[in-house]
Write a protein that binds this ligand. Structure first.
Ligand code: DOR
Ligand code: ZN
Ligand code: ZN
Length: 427
C-alpha cells in the first residue's frame, strides 16, 4: 500500500549555503526531512545516485501571453516549458493584450491560469496612469509592474507625476518592479541608436530617486549595464532597499550576436556591449535574481517587417547556468540563491525556493556532467530559442512539483489545472 512517502536517496542536495550528500524524504506535497542516510519504511525510493537535487526554480519574470496572444504562448504551453526547464513556479507579467491592470482582469487571469497551468504561478498587476486605487486594492498579486518606457503591449507610465503616485501609494511591504527604460530617452535617441544604455541609466536613476522620496522598496527588472549596477550599489550603500534581476540573454549574449541572430536577438532592453556583459558576470554578487524574461513571439512575427521585442527563455536558462557551473564560472549554491531561494524570499512565496523540511517538495534533479544541445524538443509554443544548437553541460532529468513527478526525462506528466496560484505571505 502506498504511504504517500517518497525517499530521494543517494544524491547531492544543493542549498544556498552549500552542496552535500543527502536524502530527501517527501510526504504528500511536503519535504519532511533532508539529511544523510534517511530511512522511511514503506517509502517509494527514487534512486538519485549521480544526481544533484536543486530546489524547483522560481522564474520571477515571464510573459505567458494570456489573455489575447495565445498564438504566441498560453498558460499550458508556457508552464510545460517551465517544467521542462526545471521551474516549478513562474511569476507572470501583466502586459498581455488584455492587460492585468484592473481587478476584473486580474480575477479573470487567475481563473484562466488555474484551469490551464501545469506548474505553480503568481501574477503581477500592471500599473497604468489611472489605476493607483486598484493596484493597492488587488488581493493576491505578487507585485506591481510599472513600465517606465513602452515595450510589448500598452502598459506605460512614462510621466513623473503618475510614477510618483504609484510609488507613493503602493503598499510598502509589496514589490514594485520597474521596466526601467525612460520613455523620453527611448524617443530622443531612437534615430541614433535603438534604446541605448542611457535609457536604462536615466530610468534607474529616476526610480531610485522616487524610492528615496517615498521611502519604499524597489525592484529593478533586467539590469543590463554596469551603470545601472553602479546606481543600485550606491542606493544600497545609502540604505535604500533596492533589489535587481538579470536575464540569461544579457548574461550569455552581447551586441556582437545581433549580426548572427538578427530579429531573434531583438529585446527590450537590448543586448549590450561585451564590457557590460562581463560586468554582469563579475558583479553577479550584487544581483538578487536571474529571471528568464521569457517573452515568446512567433517566428513569423520575428521575421516580419516590424519584429516584436522579446525572446523565450524558460527552457534554456537553467541549462545555461548549469553550464556556467560546469565551467567554473558560478557555484551551485549561488545558482540556487539566484534561481530559487532569493526570488521566493523576495516575493514572499510561501513554502517555495528551498530544500528543507516544511517547504513544498518542488525539486529538480540534475545530471551535471551530461552534455546536451539547447533548443531541441521545445515545449514553448513559439518553437525557437536564440540559444538553439548551443551545447551545454547539465541536464534536467526529473522535476517534482509538490511531491509528484511533473517531468521525467523530457516527458511532461503534469496536467493543466495542476498548477496553483501562489500569493505572497503577509508581512
Ligand atoms: O523584450 C521584451 N519583451 N521586453 C519587454 O519589456 C516585454 C517583452 C514582451 O512582453 O514581449
Ligand atoms: Zn521589461
Ligand atoms: Zn519582461
Amino acid at each position: 500500500m502506498s504511504t504517500g512517502l517518497r525517499l530521494l536517496r543517494g544524491g547531492l542536495v544543493a542549498t544556498p549555503e552549500g552542496v552535500m550528500p543527502g536524502d530527501i524524504l517527501v510526504q504528500g506535497e511536503w519535504i519532511v526531512a533532508v539529511g544523510p542516510d534517511l530511512e522511511a519504511s514503506g517509502a517509494t525510493v527514487v534512486h538519485c545516485g549521480g544526481l544533484v537535487a536543486l530546489p524547483g526554480a522560481v522564474d520571477a519574470h515571464v510573459h505567458l501571453r494570456e489573455p489575447g496572444a495565445e498564438h504566441k504562448e498560453d498558460f499550458t504551453t508556457g508552464t510545460r516549458a517551465a517544467l521542462a526547464g526545471g521551474y516549478t513556479t513562474v511569476l507572470d507579467m501583466p502586459n498581455s493584450p488584455v492587460p492585468t491592470s484592473s481587478l476584473s482582469a486580474f480575477a479573470a487571469k487567475a481563473d484562466l491560469a488555474r484551469a490551464k497551468a501545469c506548474c505553480d504561478f503568481g501574477l503581477f498587476f500592471g500599473a497604468t496612469p489611472a489605476n493607483m486605487g486598484e493596484a493597492t486594492e488587488v488581493a493576491g498579486a505578487v507585485g506591481l509592474k510599472l513600465y517606465m518606457g513602452s515595450s510589448t503591449g500598452d502598459l506605460l507610465v512614462a510621466d513623473l507625476a503618475h510614477q510618483y503616485r504609484h510609488f507613493a501609494s503602493y503598499p510598502r511591504d509589496r514589490i514594485l518592479a520597474v521596466h526601467a527604460e525612460d520613455e523620453e530617452a527611448v524617443r530622443t535617441f531612437s534615430e541614433e541608436e535603438r534604446r541605448p544604455p542611457i535609457c536604462a541609466e536615466l530610468a534607474v536613476a529616476r526610480a531610485i530617486a522616487l524610492a528615496r522620496r517615498t521611502g519604499r522598496r524597489l525592484h529593478v527588472c533586467h539590469v543590463s549595464t554596469a551603470a545601472e549596477l553602479d546606481a543600485i550599489r550606491l542606493a544600497r550603500a545609502q540604505g535604500l532597499a533596492v533589489t535587481c534581476e538579470v536575464t540569461p540573454h544579457h548574461l550569455f549574449l552581447n551586441r556582437t550576436d545581433e549580426a548572427r541572430l538578427g530579429p531573434l536577438a531583438l529585446m527590450n532592453p537590448p543586448l549590450r556591449s561585451p564590457e557590460d556583459q562581463e560586468a554582469l558576470w563579475e558583479r553577479l554578487d550584487e544581483v538578487d535574481i536571474v529571471a528568464s524574461d521569457h517573452a515568446p513571439h512567433t517566428l513569423e512575427e520575428k521575421s516580419g517587417s516590424l519584429p516584436p521585442a522579446g525572446v523565450p527563455g524558460l527552457e534554456t536558462t537553467l541549462p545555461l547556468l548549469l553550464d556556467a557551473v560546469a565551467g567554473g564560472r558560478l557555484s551551485l549554491p549561488h545558482l540556487v540563491r539566484l534561481t530559487a531561494a532569493r526570488p521566493a524570499a523576495l516575493y514572499r512565496l510561501p513554502h517555495k525556493g528551498r530544500l528543507a523540511p516544511g517547504y513544498h517538495a518542488d525539486i529538480a534533479l540534475i545530471e551535471l556532467q551530461s552534455e546536451t544541445a539547447l533548443g531541441t524538443d521545445l515545449k514553448t509554443k513559439c518553437g525557437w530559442s536564440p540559444f538553439q544548437g548551443r551545447r551545454v553541460r547539465g541536464r534536467i532529468v526529473r522535476v517534482i512539483l509538490r511531491g509528484e513527478d511533473a517531468m521525467v526525462e523530457g516527458e511532461l506528466l503534469a496536467d493543466p489545472g495542476r498548477g496553483r496560484l501562489v500569493t505572497p505571505r503577509p508581512s
